[in-house]
Design a protein around this ligand. Structure first.
Ligand SMILES: C[S@@+](CC[C@H](N)C(=O)[O-])C[C@H]1O[C@@H](n2cnc3c(N)ncnc32)[C@H](O)[C@@H]1O
Length: 266
């Protein structure tokens, strides 16, 4: 595969990832356009939908999930997958066991771990990434009727060449003055004890406060809860609302989610 840069190709996010924001790219493009010479920083890069959509030449992409970030660093090296990949329950559990053995042996950063992570993501239930208390990946088989697997990821090598990946907490990111920050933390879920991905209200507050001190452009998005709007406004963000695509929730509710976008220095 010839070496093609991010600007020259349009690539799809290679994984299924909850909360993907590909639908926001048309809203973000005009905000990003005057700043394309800057570095794009995503403290919560998740499935990479936004970076692959905006195609910056320079980027710093972070996520707290180390397996996700390991997969991306192998993508940068033109990952080739050689393990057997089929939509088969027995094979799924064999690969899941092998992945857990690698993690237990401290080999979670290997190319094999990246290949297994990809297979488990495509074949497991809803593309979930979940671990039990002992740190074992415990997502069950997904029961899809058909799955398309990719083996040759060499096209991502050029596209990701100018990007750096890190795995850590949002506030550990070494921001530079001129960075353009797009931050998409786990959704704020009001009126429940349950914090998505362990991301609490306190985490939402510290993220919004930390980014409000950044002198460069910041776009911060979330579910449009009342307290989120209040927080953004209190920190001086300019607020806009977006209508997210319809999702069918477990209650069958088809109401489109409302999203809030807080902007500073854009
Ligand atoms: C809503 S998703 C981001 C989706 C992404 N924008 C996309 O389009 O695919 C939120 C991400 O934040 C990550 N995350 C959760 N807590 C974090 C933390 N404290 N610091 C950094 N990343 C975190 C999760 O692993 C998850 O991938």
């Amino acid at each position: 595969m010839p070496f093609v840069t991010a600007a020259e190709v349009t690539l799809r996010p290679p994984l299924k990832w909850a909360g993907g924001k590909r639908w926001q790219v048309p809203h973000l493009r005009p905000l990003w356009k005057p700043h394309t010479d800057r570095r794009l920083v995503e403290p919560f890069c998740g499935g990479l939908a936004v970076a692959l959509g905006l195609k910056p030449a320079k980027a710093l992409l972070n996520d707290a999930n180390p397996h996700l970030v390991n997969f991306y660093t192998w993508l940068q090296r033109g990952l080739q997958i050689h393990i057997p990949m089929e939509n088969d329950e027995q094979l799924f559990y064999r690969h899941r066991d092998r992945f857990n053995t690698l993690l237990a042996d401290g080999d979670g950063q290997t190319e094999e771990a990246a290949a297994l992570f990809y297979f488990l993501n495509r074949t497991g239930f809803n593309g979930l990434c979940r671990f039990n208390r002992r740190g074992l990946f415990n997502v069950p088989f997904g029961r899809y009727s058909r799955i398309r697997y990719t083996r040759d990821f060499s096209v991502y090598r050029g596209a990701l060449a100018g990007w750096a990946f890190t795995s850590g907490d949002v506030e550990c990111l070494p921001l530079e003055r001129d960075d353009f920050v797009y931050a998409d933390p786990p959704y704020d879920v009001e009126f429940t004890q349950y914090a998505r991905g362990g991301f609490t209200w306190r985490d939402q507050e510290r993220t919004a406060r930390w980014l409000s001190r950044h002198p460069g452009p910041v776009v911060l998005v979330n579910q449009a809860t009342e307290r989120m709007e209040k927080l953004y406004r209190s920190l001086g963000y300019v607020v806009r609302f977006l209508r997210a695509p319809r999702r069918i929730s477990c209650t069958g509710d088809r109401t489109p989610a409302r999203e809030i976008m807080g902007m500073r220095n854009v």
